[in-house]
Design a protein around this ligand. Structure first.
Ligand code: SAH
Ligand code: SF4
Ligand code: F3S
Length: 464
């Protein structure tokens, strides 16, 4: 009987959540977590296809497991997640040691498939229908949202939880593989979400992060009524024990006044808005098929600042999109300067098969130019992040203590007081020294030193 498993995860929070849920499902099915991939009877790679680099790393990791079965002939190697959905049979051809390929819309079948392979059923492929070939109706049944019941004793940290409220995406931004690998947009029933958050809060969860690719486009219709994200936030507000509700990722087109007012008025809704701009150039935004221009994005920023003063706004940018000129890039730099994002994630364009951008445009910005633009934009953003953090010097902030800091984790001489890390309601990272017992609590910290990505402080007192 195969008993131990190891899940290696890359990609976004959707993947992190899938891995957490799968971990719990496998334990429930009687498997034990292993300490390392080498020792595990089952190794699963939960993969990402958003850029070529993420996929190359997985194929090299699989290459390193080429001889793993010499030592353990019954070892099962599985590829799950977005690259499984995208590359399908190709994975068996490139890495014949793989036994199992399962897409993100089929994860509910994994325990069954593992049993089948262990019983000698041979290699196994289970992926959703091909979105570039099939009609939406037949797709819906094949991309099944993975929402098993949460089990408190199988959760990694009781005080925080990610909660899926939407799966898939229908936006088809021209560069993006997500609609193909995650399938059609589906909003989860509001009652099921409220129920899940209640159970999590009962088990000690203080902070829920609601997940969706376009989370502010959440829309669930039931009994002649439509529940939007603003309504859902209001439904979560009265949950006892719950203190904070975050939500990612927002799309600029769905940033309604109603949602901003909900964030302003509800005590638990975090004033932290990740709302990627992708570019500051209208020509590029048009080729990206983002559905807004730079002026509309700026207008949205003004509404955010007016309605929720002090909100932390963060963004993503792609540099080196096909045809991006120096002038287009200057417009992006200009937007970053004006917008004063708390931080921005910056990516070099990577052509993805089947996407419109890969089909229509040459990847014509040289790698060296992409790199330079990436570094320059990052430098502009980092200066702003640092200035922004400086404004918090000597001020007090409330943080949810997440656990030991990276430094503390490396040290073995852990005494009673260690270096801890937590986050403010605006998602700022705060490092400070304190007793372990503060982990999982909300405490007040005075900021004494700042860097672009981290605030350093000392505790004042327990908030409660
Ligand atoms: N749903 C979210 C995030 C999608 S993926 C959104 O709409 O913003 C996360 C980020 O990866 C994107 O915001 C984008 O900046 C980046 N990205 C997506 N496809 C990419 C590609 N082909 N090349 C480079 N970066 C990409
Ligand atoms: Fe990709 Fe655009 Fe959907 Fe985000 S909104 S997941 S960038 S297609
Ligand atoms: Fe990657 Fe899939 Fe997330 S492609 S970014 S892991 S939805």
């Amino acid at each position: 009987m195969l008993r131990s498993f190891f899940i290696q995860t890359v990609g976004c929070q959707m993947n992190a959540l899938d891995s957490e849920l799968l971990d719990a499902e496998l334990r429930r099915a009687g498997y034990q977590p292993a300490e390392s991939p080498r020792r595990a009877d089952i190794v699963l790679f939960n993969t990402c296809s958003v850029r070529a680099h993420a996929e190359e790393k997985i194929y090299s990791a699989l290459g390193r497991l080429k001889n793993a079965k010499q030592f353990n002939p019954r070892k099962i190697i599985g590829v799950i997640g977005c690259m499984a959905q995208k590359d399908r049979q190709l994975i068996f051809r490139r890495a014949p040691q793989v036994d199992l390929v399962v897409g993100p819309g089929r994860l509910h079948r994994l325990p069954l498939l593992l049993r089948r392979i262990a019983d000698g059923g041979g290699p196994c492929l289970d992926v959703s229908a091909d979105r570039s070939a099939e009609k939406t109706e037949s797709l819906l049944g094949s991309f099944v949202p993975f929402t098993p019941l949460r089990v408190a004793e199988h959760r990694p940290v009781p005080h925080q939880a990610m909660v899926r409220i939407m799966s898939g995406c229908d936006k088809f931004c021209s560069y993006c593989v997500v609609p193909f690998v995650r399938g059609p947009e589906q909003s989860r029933p509001a009652a099921a979400i409220v129920d899940e958050v209640k159970r999590l809060a009962d088990a000690g969860c203080l902070e829920a992060t609601l997940l969706g690719q376009t989370v502010n486009g959440y829309k669930y219709r039931a009994g002649g009524r439509t529940v939007a994200l603003a309504d859902l936030l209001a439904m979560l507000e009265p949950i006892e024990g719950l203190r904070r509700v975050k939500f990612v990722t927002n799309h600029p087109r769905h940033m309604t006044d109603g949602l901003l007012q909900a964030v302003r008025d509800l005590k638990k809704a975090s004033p932290y808005l990740h709302v990627p701009a992708q570019s500051g150039s209208d020509a590029v935004l048009k080729r990206m098929k983002r559905g807004y221009d730079a002026a509309a994005y700026r207008e949205m920023l003004v509404r955010i600042r007016e309605t929720v003063p002090g909100a932390a706004v963060t963004s993503d940018f792609i540099v080196g999109f096909p045809g991006e000129t120096e002038e287009d890039f200057r417009r992006t730099v200009e937007l970053v300067r004006q917008a004063r994002f708390k931080n921005s994630y910056i990516f070099k364009y990577s052509p993805r098969p089947k996407t419109k951008a890969a089909e229509l445009f040459d990847d014509d910005v040289p790698e060296a130019v992409k790199r330079r633009r990436n570094n320059e934009l990052l430098a502009v953003q980092n200066t702003i992040s640092l200035e922004d953090n400086r404004s918090l010097l000597h001020r007090t902030v409330e943080i949810l203590v997440e656990g030991p800091s990276k430094v503390a984790l490396k040290r073995t001489d852990a005494g009673e007081s260690i270096q801890l890390v937590g986050r403010t309601v605006c998602d700022r990272i705060v490092v400070f020294d304190g007793p372990r017992k503060l982990i999982g609590q909300i405490v007040t910290v005075r900021i004494e030193r700042v860097e672009a990505f981290t605030l350093f402080g000392s505790t004042l007192e327990l908030t409660e």
